[in-house]
Design a protein around this ligand. Structure first.
Ligand SMILES: Cc1ncc(COP(=O)(O)O)c(C=O)c1O
Length: 391
């Protein structure tokens, strides 16, 4: 052992979000509850596969013409077209004018990474501004992609709302041309989104300074329950004719977490630019993972292209949004999307995990999707004990 060539490798810390699941899996308590990772659960706390996904998979299995050939570097063409349509809208002029290039990537994370590497190689400004706070993986993804990461103010803990003046001030002070990461809707981890008036002001400020919007859309359909409304922020920026980048994930809104299905779209000023951009995206992807996986993208394409399955998806998805809404915590009920800040501190979180087997990230963020009518009383007891016993 002592003479291993890797003997001086130090143990890395667990990922702050996925590490919560590791600790949860080790816990033997029958009342344990995992609110760390954003994944929908049945009333029994079991992982949930949407019926519409099962149906789409059955169609694939029953189709003998389906083979396992490699996809192109850019992924499944149908999937890409349908994904662009989902985020930009069925009648988007940018799509009609062929000004959008869409490539299938490895879920949201992979789409952000490919987009980040493309920008680091081909865009003149290497700084990306991310909201404070944001999803913990953002700074790591963009740093490794070769961008320099800075933050802009987003959340005000005193009001548990948007720090809109701080946001405008910080983006106003950003160098012209800088990239700005925007959560398209259902901001993670705060659950706080700008209103549409505020989005419009953000748009005007960003366009006046030539800041490049990079949307992360991981929760389309989760903020309002309506897929089109939730893409409103992105569509506002596309409607002005300017350019933007958007990463989409189907992990949450189709429950395809482990299938790793996502898309990166770059909206350009002309079809010619879009074609050249796509040719360079291929050079980013090819040495990274060659080409994306087939199965998940085929499920999504089957659902999005079939009127009946599409309707079924929107209805089924909306029903799950309504489950597990806790009663009297007005700030939690008001939050948008899958996650909310409870306002609990690190010590209170540690107490709840130790004494009540409730798992969440140490900043007090919980995934509402992990709750069910059955587990809410246990969570309420745990919060009550934490708040009354731990400062
Ligand atoms: C804001 C945000 N972006 C992107 C992702 C990417 O997730 P995935 O790579 O599983 O699609 C997540 C997942 O939690 C997220 O919360």
């Amino acid at each position: 052992m002592a003479d291993s060539v890797f003997a001086n490798v130090v143990r890395a810390p667990e990922d702050p979000i996925l590490g919560v699941t590791v600790a949860y899996n080790k816990d033997q308590s029958p009342v344990k509850l995992n609110l760390g990772v954003g994944a929908y659960r049945t009333e029994e706390g079991k992982p949930l596969v949407l019926n519409v996904v099962r149906k789409a998979e059955q169609l694939l299995v029953n189709d003998p013409s389906r083979v396992k050939e490699y996809l192109p570097i850019t992924g499944l063409a149908d999937f890409n077209k349908l994904s662009a349509k989902l985020i930009l809208g069925a009648n988007s002029p940018a799509i009609q004018e062929n000004r959008v290039t869409t490539v299938q990537c490895l879920s949201g994370t992979g789409s952000l990474r490919v987009g980040g590497e493309f920008l680091a190689k081909h865009y003149h400004e290497k700084t990306i501004y991310i909201p404070l706070p944001t999803w913990g993986n953002h700074p790591k993804i963009f740093t490794l992609a070769g961008l320099s990461v800075k933050t802009y103010r987003y959340y005000d803990p005193n009001t548990r709302g948007l720090d809109f003046s701080g946001l405008l001030e910080d983006l106003g002070n950003a160098p012209s041309g800088a990239i700005v990461l925007l959560h398209a809707c259902a901001h993670n981890p705060t659950g706080v989104d700008p209103t549409s008036d505020q989005w419009e002001q953000i748009r005007q400020l960003m366009r006046s300074k030539g800041l490049l919007p990079f949307f992360d859309s991981a929760y389309q359909g989760f903020a309002s329950g309506n897929l089109d409304s939730d893409a409103g922020s992105v569509r506002m920026f596309v409607a002005d004719g300017g350019e933007c980048v958007a990463a989409q994930s189907y992990a949450k809104n189709m429950g395809l977490y482990g299938e790793r299905v996502g898309a990166l779209s770059i909206v350009c000023k002309s079809a010619d630019v879009a074609a050249r951009v796509e040719s360079q995206l291929k050079l980013v992807i090819r040495p990274m993972y060659s080409n994306p996986p087939l199965h998940g993208a085929s499920i999504v394409a089957n659902i999005l292209k079939d009127g009946e399955l599409y309707t079924e998806w929107t209805i089924e998805h909306f029903i799950y949004l309504l489950t597990g809404t806790p009663g009297d915590w007005s700030h939690i009920v008001k939050q948008i999307g899958m996650f909310t800040f409870t306002g609990l501190n690190t010590n209170q979180v540690a107490f709840m995990t130790k004494e009540y087997h409730v798992y969440m990230t140490s900043d007090g963020r919980i995934s509402m999707a992990g709750l069910s009518l059955k587990t809410i009383p246990h969570l309420a007891d745990a919060i009550h004990a934490a708040v009354t016993n731990v400062v």
